[in-house]
Ligand binder design. Sequence first.
Ligand SMILES: [Zn+2]
Length: 434
Amino acid sequence: MATASLRDETVDLLSRLIRVDTTNPPGNETAAAELLRDYLEQNGVSCELHARVPERANLVARLPGRGGGPTLLFLSHTDVVLADPAQWTVPPFSGEVRDGEVWGRGALDMKGQVAASAVAIASLAREGFEPSGDLIFAATADEEVGDGFGLSWLCEAHPESVRCDYAINEGGGDRMLVGDQVVYLATAAEKRTAPFTIRVRGRAGHASMPGIADNALVKAAVLIERLAAYRPEPQLGPEVEGFLRAVFGEAPVASHAVERVRPLSGPAADIVSAVLAPTFSPTMISASLKRNVIPHVCDVVVDCRLLPGQHPEHIEPMLRAVLGGDVEYELLWEEPQGGTRSRLDTPLWAAVESFVEEVEPGAKAAPMCTAGFTDSHWLRDAFGTVAYGFFPMSGEMPLDVVNSLVHSADERVPVADLEVGVRWLRHAAHAVLA
Ligand SMILES: [Zn+2]
């Protein structure tokens, strides 16, 4: 199959997907699922739609395996974030192709990968590819908001539709130049988001006579400063260690990692720095609702990201030591989310490496942990799936431009990236399901 025709097929499907407005909320992903089902069934791939409510369907397509082999899932989501047309150069739901790029909301996050995954499985079906285990494609609803209509619901209500040994998701594929080494990042783990509130109590009073009150806001300020000054001990997880090996040939100790990477690439150093240790970012505060009333309670909300595998109970003693014992406070944790990890000694990782070698000889695949999190954690939690975020970029559009366009105005994807993406997904299917 000529890659040029697969590229054109992907561009056409992406343009049509962008023209289906799946802004979440409200989502309306069923229209996108039906468009994909029509395309896939015309190509001989059988599809199911699963919907918790009729207008928010998830599509699952399957190329059945001969039996005995592992199962591989191409995972994606069809919903997109809001677009304000006033800020765009072209209408955000036009799907226009100009100067070698497809424009529109979702082009990068992530209808481009949806279209590439659909074309990959459709083209394999046309060629008569018989995978050893099932090749599955899921285009799910509701990733951007996460109200329980998408993959989390599928894993619970229709687990057999998405159960898989291996999965390829969004959240990786960045092509970075680190010194003179080109690396393609593949995310294999994510931090655990574990937000908490520090509640400080005092005594209310009229603000004109502060001496009669006990200002909870002022007491909280001390705790915020201590948290901001705190630098937890860095540690190398297997992903950062793998990244450092790809760049340096060996891994420096954790405490030197950022200073070694910084001169070679500022953006790479920022990524590494965010995943070496838990982070604590105070982001919201509430105290008095009236200017002239001294607050008797102050709540400070902290966005906390733990390392994969870490739990609040591991962190709390250290956190309390940092906050000190002189100001009384309560620590209120919310339910943590994410924090899962996949092994790197797998056939899917070998496929990532062999693809990078094929597409750009001399470049290296490098694992990474992501500071945010994706839908991969649902699969890892439910089925022990080995899931990586990897949709390689061609390098035609600089990485900082790509990052600035996600969830932003004038979102667009180079056609060259779509071509590399389809090649990768077909390569992975052949490598893992031979
Ligand atoms: Zn996304």
